[in-house]
Unconditional design. Structure first.
Length: 264
């Protein structure tokens, strides 16, 4: 059985045409998962606590988190792993080597396929899943939720984590769920379109109009006293975790797959 591929996307997104072409070139089937937008996200809120994080979570970020949660619930309800993508994910054809191996993997909750130019702490040990891909245990990550494989066990842990800790933005929520058995593909098989220029992809200017993020944190958000206290606690915990995790792995840049393997 193939791996289910879910692309989180607003119905009116101008990125859908790009994804249609990309997946046709890859020869893979996928489904769009209707994203939750800022106009209707409040009706999807149940008991989520959006006030415990380091700063105020913007409506776009709340909608983004709830869209990812919708994908997590799909994984739980269907009891099968899924490749979950945001609709600005650019994918290496090495993904075709990874997908057939998923059903053979055990004791894994989550596999991150992305990198955004920041260091991650990963294990020194690794195991090869194909000719071009190895998996390393992922101890610490700081950003990116554009492309990952989530198993039912991992989806359940993320929902449980929300119930205990409240909500952060999507990538931070995943990173902060310490019970996840998380792994990283090396090289990274996915980047977001807004990183094409950073990685010096040819014709990266062609993606300018479809790579603009709707959840950018460039504008500073007002922080309450509670937010400030939470940030101090969070940064202290991260600092301690980084020291501990360096005993088991190494902080390194995850290289991306050969540029020629991406469909541009």
């Amino acid at each position: 059985m193939g791996l289910k591929i879910l692309i989180i996307s607003l119905r009116e997104s101008n990125r859908r045409n790009f994804q249609d072409i990309q997946f046709k070139q890859l020869g893979l089937e996928f489904s769009y998962l209707e994203a939750i937008n800022t106009e209707n996200y409040q009706k999807y809120i149940t008991n989520e606590n959006f006030d415990h994080w380091e700063r105020t979570i913007k409506p776009t970020e709340r909608a983004c988190y709830l869209s990812h949660k919708k994908a997590w619930m799909w994984v739980i309800e269907n009891n099968q792993p899924a490749l979950i993508l945001e609709d600005d994910a650019l994918i290496s054809r090495y993904i075709l080597e990874l997908i057939p191996t998923i059903k053979k993997l055990n004791s894994i909750d989550y596999i991150n396929l992305e990198n955004r130019g920041r260091k991650k702490i990963v294990s020194n040990q690794f195991f090869s899943v194909s000719k071009n891909i190895e998996l390393r245990k992922l101890f610490h990550d700081t950003t990116g939720a554009a492309g990952y494989i989530l198993f039912p066990s991992g989806a359940k842990k993320l929902i449980s984590c929300e119930a205990k800790k409240g909500v952060a933005i999507a990538d931070a929520q995943i990173s902060n769920c310490r019970k996840l058995a998380s792994y990283q593909t090396c090289p990274a098989l996915i980047i977001q379109l807004d990183m094409c220029n950073y990685y010096n992809f040819p014709n990266s200017q062609n993606f300018t109009n479809i790579s603009l993020s709707t959840v950018s944190s460039e504008s500073k958000q007002k922080k309450s006293f509670k937010n400030k206290v939470n940030r101090i606690k969070s940064q202290a915990n991260i600092g301690i975790r980084r020291i501990v995790f360096r005993m088991f792995g190494k902080e390194r840049f995850i290289k991306i797959a050969n540029k020629k393997t991406f469909h541009l």
